[in-house]
Design a protein around this ligand. Structure first.
Ligand code: RIB
Length: 328
C-alpha cells in the first residue's frame, strides 16, 4: 500500500513537501506539484482522508445548492466549480433544491456531512438571515442570483448590460419591433434582464414589449406563438435564457417559418447546446464555468480567514451565430 513516504522518496522531496504538493497548501514549485501529483496518480495514492481532515480540521468538500439540474446552465456551473475545487484537493457535493423547505433540509444534510462551506445559487429563503441560519456558521457564497442577499459575498454577471447587448445587436441589424420573453417572475435575473432590454429599446426611441416566460423550452414556444399570432408581430426577440430561445426557434420552424428569415432570436447563457442547434443560437454568453470557479475561489478566501464581504461581477459577451439577420 503506497503511502506519503513512498511518494516523497520517488519524487525526491521531503514528506512535508510531498504533503504540501498534494494538499495545495503552502509554497511548492509548480514543477514539484506536478511531479508529486503525477506519481501519486500513477500509484492511485489516496491520502488518508480521515487523517487529513483531522489534521486540517476540514473535510475538503464544499456543498453546491442549485435550483434545477434539468437546465444545462447549472451542471455547467457545477463543472466550473468542480474543476476549481479539484485543483485545490476538494470535492463538490451537489444538491438541487427548489424552495426554502427543501433548501433547509439539504443544507442540514450537507452540514451533517461536514462540508467546509456552501455555494448557493440565489437565496431560496426570504432573507439573508434565514440563509445564514440554515448554513450555520460555515462560510457561504451566493452565485448568479443575488436577490434578497445582503452582507454575503456574491459572484454574479452583469445581467442588465447582458440584456442590453442583445438589443443593441438587433437594432444594428435594423430591427425596430423587438420583443422580450422574460424569465420567471420574482427573480432578480428576470427583472435585471427586463430592465436592460427596456433601457436599450427606449434609448433608441422604440417601444418595449415583454411577454412572460419561465426559462423553459415550452414557455419560449408559447410566448412566440402568441407574439406571431398577435398584432404588430415582432421581427426579432430576445429571451431571458437559451432554453426559451430554443423553444421559440422550434415554434417558428413548426409553423413553417424560418429563423432568422421570419424572426431573429437572441438567447442568454451560451450553454453548450446553443452551438449545437441549427441554426446555431446567437446568444449573450455568461462565462458559466468561470462563475462556478470564482465562487470556489471566494469560498476558499473565506476559509483561509478573509471574511470581508465582496461582490465579484463578471462581464457578458455577445456570441453571434445563425439565429439573427438583417430586418427585412
Ligand atoms: O437558464 C437558467 C438561468 O437561471 C440563467 O440565465 C442563470 O443566470 C440562472 O439564474
Amino acid at each position: 500500500m503506497t503511502n506519503i513516504r513512498d511518494i516523497a522518496a520517488e519524487a525526491g522531496v521531503s514528506v512535508a513537501t510531498a504533503s504540501r504538493a498534494l494538499t495545495g497548501k503552502g509554497r511548492v514549485s509548480a514543477a514539484t506539484v506536478e511531479r508529486v501529483r503525477a506519481i501519486a496518480q500513477r500509484h492511485r495514492f489516496q491520502p488518508n482522508e480521515i487523517a487529513r481532515s483531522l489534521s486540517s480540521g476540514r473535510s475538503h468538500s464544499l456543498g453546491l445548492l442549485v435550483p434545477d439540474i434539468t437546465n444545462p446552465f447549472f451542471p455547467e456551473l457545477m463543472a466550473g466549480a468542480e474543476s476549481a475545487a479539484k485543483a485545490r484537493g476538494q470535492t463538490i457535493l451537489l444538491t438541487a433544491a427548489l424552495g426554502a423547505d427543501s433548501a433547509r433540509e439539504d443544507l442540514s444534510v450537507l452540514r451533517a456531512r461536514g462540508v467546509d462551506g456552501f455555494i448557493v445559487v440565489g437565496n431560496p429563503f426570504d432573507s439573508a438571515e434565514q440563509l445564514r441560519e440554515a448554513a450555520g456558521s460555515r462560510p457561504l457564497v451566493v452565485v448568479d442570483r443575488s436577490e434578497s442577499v445582503t452582507d454575503l459575498s456574491t459572484v454574479v454577471t452583469d445581467h442588465v448590460e447582458g440584456a442590453a447587448l442583445a438589443v443593441r445587436h438587433l437594432i444594428e441589424l435594423g430591427h425596430t419591433r423587438i420583443a422580450h420573453i422574460s424569465g420567471p417572475p420574482g427573480l432578480d435575473v428576470t427583472d435585471l434582464r427586463v430592465a436592460g432590454y427596456e433601457r436599450e429599446l427606449r434609448a433608441a426611441g422604440l417601444e418595449p414589449r415583454v411577454v412572460d416566460g419561465d426559462f423553459t423550452v415550452e414557455s419560449g414556444a408559447a410566448a412566440v406563438r402568441a407574439l406571431l399570432d398577435g398584432p404588430a408581430a415582432p421581427s426579432a426577440i430576445t429571451t431571458a435564457n437559451d432554453l426559451a430561445a430554443i423553444g421559440a426557434m422550434n415554434a417558428v420552424l413548426a409553423r413553417g417559418g424560418s429563423v432568422p428569415g421570419d424572426l431573429s432570436i437572441v438567447g442568454y447563457d451560451d450553454i453548450v447546446l446553443a452551438a449545437l442547434v441549427h441554426p446555431g443560437l446567437t446568444t449573450v454568453a455568461q462565462d458559466i464555468g468561470e462563475l462556478g470557479a470564482r465562487a470556489v475561489e471566494e469560498l476558499e478566501r473565506q476559509l483561509t480567514g478573509d471574511t470581508d464581504v465582496r461582490t465579484v461581477s463578471l462581464s457578458t459577451s455577445l456570441v453571434e451565430r445563425g439565429t439573427t439577420g438583417r430586418a427585412s
